[in-house]
Design a protein around this ligand. Structure first.
Ligand code: 3LM
Length: 399
């Protein structure tokens, strides 16, 4: 009789690791080596020719990094994964490997600031055409797709407005009208909340720096997709184009963080729901953007697509930039910092921080206003988080 598949929580702890192959060590060894010995000249040649699996050099692969890749592939339900030295390393490697002059890339309206700068300010210098569409209207995407479209990229939820994109509808539309690959940056969700490959996407993008590592001590990224694509991205992308490989120490730390992913995510999401409801009831707050509130424009879609609404909240404060600065400066527990997904609650100002790479015109076009504040809700006691937000709002009256 076949045993039932293991749950995600179990795979986050065990997938890919056989302690008996490592003297029973509960935790995997860190293979702290840049290069690996071959038994013979023939074996070295076979490994370089990809005729024989095995280690060559840590820029290409490393046993600790490989374990993390196997675990991520298992959690996302993909054939294979590839680990990178940063989320941007993953995104750059995907672009440089797949796109050539004359090719087109289709992206959603708002993207993380550095991804935005890459696709709108840098790739065009290399002859790559970046088109933009509103991905919350999948029916309108056909007009932006053609034989030159090689890659489609979006985030969901997409900061700073926490817009939610229908992964299944967009994937279906793109596949019906082009041969482009659909890549979904699922950083804000992790595989615990959403699994884009099961909804029809071809590639999942992660900044592992965020919830997946979860402890604010590593910069890292990953891609998940087919074995063939990951192999090209490894042997051409990382090996020859970007060199954006992951350190074995970082792989170890992420494997450690991953073990508690479901437990952490449950608490992050529960705390964030409380904060979003608290903010929405405050007179100092003009508007709260959080997929777990019925006021969110894609609330129904978020409920369908995500098992929980995540833990990043954006809100507009009455009184514009000055009130926003007073609020951020008055925080005592919530830390003034970019990033998200750490145990610590973090607050930042998208217009001057994460989305400062947008030109002022682009910020105006995408409604990234000066009064917008983003919170990443951490794992502290909810009463302490709410009390800090209350006193900071009271210290920042509009006027
Ligand atoms: C941030 N984001 O504060 P790394 N994809 C998404 C992201 O949010 C990020 C990346 C990729 C933030 C970083 S701003 C200087 C700090 C959806 C990063 C890039 O290269 O691992 O940082 O991932 O929103």
């Amino acid at each position: 009789m076949q045993s039932p598949p293991l749950s995600l929580a179990t795979r986050a702890i065990h997938a890919g690791y056989d302690a008996s192959a490592h003297q029973g060590a509960l935790n995997p060894p860190i293979f702290w080596s840049s290069t690996f010995a071959f038994d013979s000249a023939e074996q070295g040649a076979a490994r370089f020719a990809q005729e024989e699996p095995g280690m060559i050099y840590t820029r290409i692969t490393n046993p600790t990094v490989q374990l993390l890749e196997e675990r991520l592939a298992s959690l996302e339900g993909g054939e294979a994964a590839l680990a990178f030295g940063s989320g941007m390393g993953a995104i750059c490697t995907l672009m440089w490997t797949l796109l050539r002059p004359g090719d087109e890339l289709l992206v959603d309206l708002t993207l993380y600031g550095c991804t935005h700068a890459l696709v709108h300010h840098l790739l065009p210098d290399f002859g790559i055409v970046t088109r933009v569409a509103d991905f919350t209207q999948p029916g309108e995407l056909a007009a932006h797709l053609n034989a030159r479209t090689k890659l489609v990229l979006f985030e969901t939820p997409a900061s700073p407005h926490m817009r939610v994109v229908d992964i299944a509808a967009v994937s279906e539309m793109v596949h019906a009208h082009s041969t482009a690959l659909v890549a979904v940056d699922s950083t804000y969700c992790t595989p615990y909340l959403q699994q884009p490959l099961k909804l029809g996407a071809d590639v999942v993008v992660h900044s592992l720096t965020k919830y997946i590592n979860g402890h604010g001590d590593v910069i890292a990224g990953a891609l998940v997709g087919t074995r063939a694509l990951m192999s090209t991205l490894r042997f051409v992308g990382i090996k020859e184009l970007t060199g954006a490989c992951m350190s074995p120490m970082d792989a170890y730390l992420i494997l450690r963080g991953l073990k508690t992913l479901p437990v952490r995510m449950d608490r992050h999401c529960a705390n964030a729901q409380r904060v979003a409801e608290f903010l929405e009831a405050r007179s100092e707050v003009a508007r709260v953007k959080f997929p777990g509130l019925p006021s969110h424009p894609q609330y129904a879609l978020a409920r369908r697509q995500m098992s929980q609404p995540g833990a990043v909240i954006a809100f507009d404060i009455h009184g514009g930039l000055d009130a926003g600065r007073r609020f951020i400066n008055a925080l005592r527990l919530v830390t003034r910092a970019v990033s998200l997904g750490d145990a610590e609650s973090l607050a930042q100002h998208p217009a001057s921080m994460t989305h400062a790479t947008y030109t002022p015109e682009e910020r105006a076009q995408h409604m990234i206003g000066d009064s917008l504040i983003r919170l990443s809700i951490g794992l502290e006691g909810i009463e302490d988080i709410l009390e800090d937000l209350r006193q900071a709002l009271e210290a920042s009256p509009a006027g």
